[in-house]
Design a protein around this ligand. Structure first.
Ligand code: FUB
Length: 497
């Protein structure tokens, strides 16, 4: 903590990037904690507010995103806030690093918070039946508390689970089977030697602090070996790791994994294996207007060496490759996003959507497989207070392949549709862009393409002649003046003009 404070005096200028890293674009997300469950990679993150208070970390809640392809990330809500821990913790700030794990069907989300009324940091735990919640404080008090007791990481090792935590010192403790209390006492690990043994008995001046352990411990087991990754070096931090044959140590320092983070004096992250690939998550300050208190999650892929050691990993802006394509003919959540600008995702375990959409904003979805036949029409579920337009493009500023006119929906979610000017085929990135006057044009819940032209419902089929019976704009609503691309219903079939 004291070293963090020392590094808090600066916030570097923002750098705009259009590349893949950072991977979450609708907010500043810090201290990423990935967790693989079944086919899905969940990403539990902290949240740096858009407006920094008192030139320090301003963090009021924790967020969840998920992916199945590593390039499109779905916002899954804001399952925890400071209020979740109001029985003991300060509720309006200090929602610091966390990690969530599943055991026996329950999700345990360990967080750093600050004990009320000027107390020390503490580690709380919330429990839920589903990763997106709803969560409740499992015990209404911290599991541990004290100076430097932040940044929890958990390992379930056979029938035992352990909690590691600490800043400028490292402790661990065995968790009880209920995952919400400590079994026995906490043990401080000596992190000051290259090979370090617990319990910590204090260190002498002649003990060189080769590990430079700072904070952000991240523990896991791979091929029978325990790995402890962590932020090291004081501030600015780099990412390093140690290994051990037993959970109790001795731990042996193995070296640096990544250099200091771009535009952030912290780097907190963690490695995970997913679908046969190895990824290192970390944060930097590279979203527009980002910095040390407005950090953003990034990810890199790496290949462990033959002996299990972790290579030095370069931080990139290109990030990682997709693991699979996204099917545009299935209903997709609007909050499944590769890159975006301006928009925000909202909601909770009951449902999420994209909001705060203004003219000039965009949402990019990557690696969308339209197939050879291609898509002919598009449907979106929206809620709007005013008339505005959504465009479907293959590049951010390219020709619109579809144009959806959105009319006010009287506070209801409503489907709007359009036919595409020409079918979209092959594997593409798609961009949704927007225009209209004023902020918060509409809310966007989901979308789906179809290989058939747009279906006009509630339109009686004509059997008598081939004359147009009705004219619809591209939102599927009747209009008086046809737009350049309009639908005419001829003998019950829709025809694009
Ligand atoms: O996000 C607040 C603090 O910054 C975390 O707890 C540390 O690990 C550092 O990333």
């Amino acid at each position: 903590m004291k070293k963090l404070l020392a590094g808090c005096a600066f916030v570097l200028a923002s750098v705009v990037t259009l590349a893949q890293n950072p991977i979450i674009c609708d907010r500043y997300t810090s201290d990423p904690a990935p967790y693989v469950h079944g086919d899905t990679l969940y990403l539990f993150v902290d949240h740096d507010e858009d407006v920094t208070e008192n030139n320090f970390f301003t963090m009021k809640d924790w967020l969840l995103y998920s992916t199945v392809d590593m390039v499109n990330w779905t916002y899954r809500g804001t399952p925890l806030t400071g209020e979740t821990f109001n029985a003991w913790a300060k509720t309006d700030n200090d929602c610091w690093a966390s990690q969530c794990v599943e055991r026996n069907g329950k999700w345990y989300w360990y967080v750093t918070a600050t004990v009320k009324n000027g107390g020390y940091p503490g580690i709380g735990v919330a429990v839920a039946d589903h990763p997106a919640g709803p969560y409740k404080d499992a015990i209404n008090h911290p599991i541990v508390q004290g100076w430097g007791k932040i940044d929890p990481t958990v390992i379930i090792d056979g029938t035992r689970a352990y909690l590691f935590y600490g800043n400028n010192a490292l402790w661990y403790a065995r968790l009880s089977n209920n995952m919400t209390s400590i079994s026995g006492s906490e043990i401080e690990v000596n992190t000051k030697n290259e090979t370090y043994f617990g319990p910590f008995k204090g260190y002498n001046d002649d003990q060189t602090p080769k590990t430079n352990f700072e904070e952000a411990s991240w523990i896991y087991k791979r091929n029978g070996k325990y790995y402890l990754e962590y932020a090291a070096g004081g501030v600015p931090e780099h990412w390093a790791y140690s290994t051990a044959d037993r959970i109790i140590g001795p731990w042996t320092y193995q070296g640096k994994i990544m250099g200091t983070a771009d535009n952030s004096f912290t780097i907190h992250g963690g490695s995970v294996e997913y679908k046969g690939h190895y990824y290192l998550f970390y944060h930097n300050g590279k979203l527009p207007n980002g910095g040390g208190y407005k950090r953003s999650t990034c990810v890199e892929e790496y290949t462990p060496n033959e002996d299990g050691s972790i290579p030095f990993i370069e931080a990139t802006t290109t990030g990682v490759s997709p693991l699979q394509t996204l099917d545009p003919y299935e209903l997709q959540e609007a909050e499944t996003i590769n890159q975006c600008q301006g928009v925000k995702c909202m909601g909770d375990y009951t449902g999420c959507y994209v909001t705060n959409i203004s003219s000039g904003d965009y949402i990019k979805v990557r690696n969308v497989d339209f197939g050879d036949a291609g898509a002919q029409s598009f449907t979106a579920k929206v809620k709007a207070d005013r008339t505005c337009t959504m465009y479907i493009r293959l590049t951010k500023t390219g020709t619109a392949r579809g144009t959806v006119t959105i009319e006010p929906t009287n506070g209801e979610w409503q489907e709007v549709k359009c036919d595409l000017r020409t079918p979209i085929t092959g594997t593409q990135s798609i961009f949704f862009t927007f225009s209209g006057s004023g902020a918060s044009l509409f809310d966007f819940d989901s979308w789906q393409f179809s290989q058939a032209p747009m279906a006009i419902e509630d339109t009686p089929a004509s059997t008598s002649n081939a004359q147009p019976e009705a004219t619809y704009n591209l939102s599927g609503l009747p209009i008086n003046t046809p737009l350049p691309n309009t639908i005419k219903v001829v003998q019950g079939r829709k025809v694009l003009e």
